[in-house]
Design a protein around this ligand. Structure first.
Ligand code: MTE
Ligand code: HPA
Ligand code: MOS
Length: 751
């Protein structure tokens, strides 16, 4: 099945927040944000701005009737700054005016006086100053101290991976409308409708039922709208509460880039110990996460770094610690992979360093340590249906690695000014929210009396095509054609208390709830049909919009059966609740079984570096990926390719830069380079690994949203190999992204 949105997308008919027809009395909001990264607010003068014709009101923390607090995990983030600012771009006030242009003009007329306080921009500085978000976390397995003693080789080093701008095509935004009796409806571009509802209720000081949040779809989220869609929605809600008129606020690209958090930069230290037979005996790492000025989702992201610190390898002795460092950057947040990629980059770097020093191929160390069935992860979960080895060897075999390596060797012998490099990148990613209580979802299904069906879930469509998957699940159980099914908007009045659409788990969690609701409806309809045909319920089935009896098509249509059920007063609506079984995690011991299952795969990447200019091309990426039993290969391949491109961008081109004062320099698309068609791999070939799939995956179709991003890490090491082929004096560095500038310096260092 094609993505059900594809036609309306192509015709430009799909609706986003910015497409809504506004009520005649709608107003426009705009944030006034801090022009300093850290300081005491001495005074703000709004008088000139307020006097501009068409400015209705300028809101500040003083207008908050509930709590001026939007922190989720930790209560450390005001909606609007009070007497101090902690990052450049921190919201201070919210201008509401008759038009966007008026609001913009008013913003330029606000003057502010800030007394500077010291600015911290890096995690290392924060650690030196003891500036942290919360207490450190550690995962341990075995005894690394003793194990290092037994190692033939021990290496240690340092790595850095930079942040990443989400660059969703649709910027953050919300349209808020007053209903009667102080009720407010928010149409928000959020991955977490309940998070918006709950936070708005708290800030407004009203019960949650006064706030309705509706989400049509997102023009991309990538984690950037898991928590950070909330403040803008809440600001519009506060304005509606005071003004009783609709208020819309869409951030422009500059404002969005400046004010929102990004992927967390990490500075990390590792120590790796190996034996002569290339086995990794011990691994230690300290991860310094640059959390920014408030917690946001940082503690959860830090946790996932620890979960993925050994990637798809079995290491018997592990000691890993993560520190969430508090800095004066915008609070960094979820981004596809959720801390996992940052963790995996470190062990891949450690392996590269070990291989270099030991004079062996990086791939041979990777291969010698791949996880096997029943191996333990550092957090206690035992690997089941472990596909680390099968995907690795299948990639080697299917893509004829030896031939590829030989071709690279010949190319490098023949070419003086161009060099190629090749890298393998295995992945292993745990599926479930690491916070066990979040793993639940609901579906509400109505069969209307004409036989058409409406499906509501907590799933937010953000381009990952979850709505298409929900439709497929319902269709396969109800046995009706797709045009009888409609996937409704995601709305807190139909499906409440949702977890955000995230952790790659949206289709699994919501799909299982859809499955349960459909099965319950089919059960009741089978009773009606069985009575009609004087057969047992189990002899009834539903296919092709018809009732089947004992596998044979009857003359009773779906529509007629639904009408019969209606006349017999049978319930045609169902609400189902699903909670992932089995999973658990004990944070006091840092052990448990947090993931429903893992997703595996292996990518082979080849790059060609232009050794005069430092630029490079990615020739191809060849992937064997564990889809389980994919329920929609077109969609899933799209997810692999999109995630890969994002991973490559993070590792190669996308360079976030803040100056020492904490001002974002890469604040526009002219200064922040994302992969375009020229920087995409020339070919991407993805082969599904043949596996059974997992019972906990929807229809055994494994989660696919985030895992393939980490294939992009292979690009870093392929480039590194090419640089080394040109310049044997190059000393390995692990400082991502590997921009053409850094490549050029690497090509000529030491000569
Ligand atoms: N694909 C598109 N097109 N747009 C997105 O915003 N978000 C990614 C991934 N794929 C995203 C996407 C992220 S960060 C996650 S967690 C998953 O989709 C969420 O959706 P899922 O749980 O349905 O996989
Ligand atoms: N992944 C993604 N988003 C999340 C998670 C997670 O594990 N936990 C909370 N939000
Ligand atoms: Mo995805 S980073 O879990 O929204």
């Amino acid at each position: 099945m094609k993505n059900i949105d594809s036609f309306t997308h192509v015709r430009g008919e799909s609706l986003f927040v910015n497409d809504l027809i506004l009520r005649h009395d709608a107003l426009f909001g705009l944030c006034f944000d801090s022009p300093k990264a850290h300081g005491k607010i001495k005074s703000v003068d709004y008088s000139v701005a307020e006097a501009v014709e068409g400015v209705v009101k300028i809101f500040t923390y003083k207008d908050v009737l509930g709590e001026n607090q939007i922190g989720g995990i930790i209560q450390d983030e005001p909606l609007w700054a009070e007497d101090e600012v902690h990052f450049w771009g921190q919201p201070i006030a919210f201008i509401v005016a008759e038009s966007d242009a008026i609001a913009k003009k008013a913003r330029s007329l606000i003057s502010i006086e800030i007394e500077d306080l010291p600015v911290i921009t890096t995690a290392k500085q924060a650690k030196e100053k003891g500036s942290f978000i919360n207490a450190p976390r550690s995962f341990n397995l075995g005894d690394t101290k003793a194990a290092f003693e037994d190692c033939d080789y021990v290496f240690s080093g340092e790595t850095f991976s930079n942040g990443q701008e989400h660059l969703y095509l649709e910027t953050q935004g919300c349209y808020a409308v007053p209903l009667e009796n102080g009720n407010i409806k928010l149409t928000s571009s959020t991955q977490g409708p309940t998070q918006v509802q709950k936070t708005a209720a708290r800030v407004l000081g009203v019960p949650m039922h006064k706030i309705e949040v509706d989400v049509i779809r997102l023009g991309g989220g990538f984690g950037g709208k898991e928590d950070q869609a909330t403040p803008w929605a809440v600001m519009t809600a506060v304005a509606v509460q005071h003004l009783n008129r609709p208020v819309k606020y869409m951030l422009n690209r500059h404002d969005d880039m400046r004010m929102t958090g990004k992927r967390h930069p990490y500075s990390s230290f590792y120590k790796i110990g190996l034996t002569k037979d290339l086995k990794i005996k011990a691994f230690e790492a300290e991860f310094l996460q640059n959390a920014g000025a408030a917690a946001d989702l940082s503690p959860a992201i830090a946790e996932r770094t620890l979960f993925h610190a050994t990637n798809s390898y079995f290491v018997p002795n592990v000691s890993t610690t993560v520190l969430s460092c508090k800095t004066n950057l915008p609070p960094n947040t979820a981004f596809r992979g959720f801390g996992g990629p940052q963790g995996m980059f470190v062990i891949e770097s450690a392996i590269a360093e070990a291989a270099e020093k030991m004079g062996v191929n990086r791939r041979s160390i990777q291969e010698a340590n791949l996880l096997d069935e029943d191996d333990a992860f550092s957090y206690g979960q035992i690997a089941k249906q472990a596909e680390a080895r099968s995907s690795w060897f299948s990639a080697k075999e299917k893509f004829e690695l030896e031939t590829l390596e030989a071709a690279v060797k010949i190319f490098n012998e023949k070419n003086k000014w161009k060099k190629q490099g090749i890298a393998l990148m295995p992945i292993c990613f745990g599926i479930s929210f690491t916070n066990t209580p979040m793993n639940h979802a609901r579906a509400l299904i109505h069969i209307y009396q004409d036989g058409s069906v409406g499906v509501s879930t907590g799933a937010v469509e953000m381009g990952q095509s979850v709505n298409t998957k929900m439709l497929q699940v319902a269709q396969s159980i109800l046995g009706i054609s797709a045009d009888k099914l409609k996937i409704e908007t995601t709305n807190t009045t139909r499906v409440a208390n949702t977890s955000p659409s995230a952790a790659s788990s949206t289709a699994d969690l919501n799909g299982k709830a859809v499955e349960m609701a459909c099965n319950a409806l089919i059960g009741r309809l089978s009773t009606v049909a069985a009575k009609e045909f004087l057969v047992l319920e189990k002899e009834i089935s539903f296919q092709e919009d018809m009732v089947f009896v004992n596998g044979k098509k009857s003359d009773l249509t779906w529509e007629d059966l639904v009408m019969k059920a209606m006349l017999q007063r049978v319930a045609l609506s169902e609400n189902a609740h699903y909670a992932t079984p089995i999973i658990n995690f004990d944070k006091t011991k840092e052990k448990g079984h947090p993931f429903a299952y893992h997703v595996y795969g292996t990518a082979i990447t080849t790059v060609t570096v232009d050794c005069l200019r430092g630029i490079y091309e990615i020739d191809w990426v060849k992937i064997v990926h564990d889809f389980g039993k994919s329920m929609n290969m077109g969609i899933d391949l799209g997810q692999v390719e999109g995630a890969l491109a994002q991973g490559i961008g993070w590792m190669t081109l996308e360079e976030i830069a803040y100056n020492e004062e904490g001002r974002l320099l890469s604040n526009a698309l002219s200064t922040y380079k994302v992969p375009d068609i020229f920087s995409a791999p020339k070919t991407i070939e993805t082969i599904p690994l043949e596996t059974e799939g997992s019972e906990l995956a929807i229809k055994k179709s494994k989660a696919v949203g985030e895992p393939p991003l980490m294939y992009g890490i292979g690009t870093y090491f392929a480039i590194q190999e090419a640089v080394k082929a040109f310049n044997p004096n190059y000393e390995l560095k692990f400082h991502a992204p590997f921009t053409p500038e850094k490549v050029l310096m690497g090509l000529y260092e030491g000569s």
